[in-house]
Write a protein that binds this ligand. Structure first.
Ligand code: OAD
Length: 272
């Protein structure tokens, strides 16, 4: 066993002893709920529990490429709510930036499309946006890029944008990864990086969507894996160096920062 005990204090000691210089962080929608963005699968508050108004055959259809091809309206009815720009990063986002500033962040793998990690100051080249983002959009038929300003307008007017190429007219979709679509090449290029980590922190994800869900398994045995989440997920807890910090992630990262002696620094970074 690498950690003295399976506690937060042991993880903090491991960090303070200089044993973690290559931290891999994996995140999901749960790190943005306190910013006001709903997650997907929480029973009452999650997006999938609140889509009745869209009259979908099943909730995940709103992000399913085959369904979108036939009926893009539900997605565009929702897109405005998810579109980046109106939310402020949480202290959990700032904690990832703090790890970066301390030179300890090897990579952040996020499933989120809200761009809040960037907004919190984590540089783009430290982030693998495994499920894409709203940063670009293109035609689902001919893949021609579609202009940002027109997309912005379409989202806010809840209109379905179509490709501008002569003779195409295909549907335009933000380059977020839908069910039935391949993850970005960037994900596959980086996905074995967790094997080089000396500490892994997983926060705010149900780990229910593959292939993202298997990332924690790439961590070597003996490498501590810390889960900060409302509930236990995946196989976390099954290894002797897994530490589970169950509860909300903002309080979790505050506790970790405090145990590391970084709390004031973290609060300041978040206030900025
Ligand atoms: P989920 O909604 O599946 O899971 C969110 C997790 O965060 C759950 O385990 C919650 O209990 C937990 N959680 C929520 N709020 C929290 C808080 N304040 N503090 C701590 N934990 C909290 O979201 P993801 O795992 O991100 O994909 O979902 C993965 C993918 O499924 C998404 O990227 C999206 C979705 O379909 C696509 O759209 C392609």
């Amino acid at each position: 066993q690498t950690l003295e005990s399976r506690t937060l204090e042991s993880v903090a000691k491991f960090i303070n002893d200089g044993k973690s210089k290559r931290i891999v962080v994996m995140t999901g929608a749960g790190i943005s709920t306190s910013a006001g963005i709903p997650d997907f699968r929480s029973p009452d508050t999650g997006l999938y529990a609140n889509l009745a108004r869209l009259d979908l055959p099943y909730a995940e259809a709103v992000f399913d490429i085959s369904y979108f091809r036939n009926n893009p309206l539900p997605f565009y009815a929702l897109a405005q709510e998810l579109y980046p720009g109106k939310y402020r990063p949480t202290i959990t986002h700032s904690f990832i930036r703090l790890l970066y500033q301390k030179g300890m962040l090897l990579k952040l793998f996020t499933q989120n499309i809200d761009c809040l990690e960037r907004e919190a100051g984590v540089p783009g080249d430290m982030i693998v946006e495994a499920h894409g983002s709203f940063a670009r959009q293109s035609c689902i038929e001919c893949h021609t890029a579609y202009p940002d300003d027109l997309m912005h307008k379409a989202i806010h007017e809840k209109e379905v944008p179509h490709c501008l190429q002569k003779g195409c007219g295909g549907l335009v979709k933000p380059e977020i990864v839908f069910f039935g679509e391949q993850l970005p090449e960037e994900f596959f290029r980086n996905r074995t990086l967790p094997a080089m980590a000396d500490l892994c922190i997983i926060m705010g994800t149900s780990l229910s969507v593959h292939p993202f869900a298997i990332l924690p398994q790439y961590c070597e045995e003996g490498v501590p894996r810390l889960l900060i989440n409302q509930e236990q997920v995946g196989t976390l807890g099954s290894r002797s160096d897994d530490v589970l910090l169950l509860g909300d992630c903002d309080s979790g990262v505050r506790k970790l920062a405090e145990a590391c002696g970084w709390l004031e620094e973290l609060e300041q970074l978040w206030e900025e």
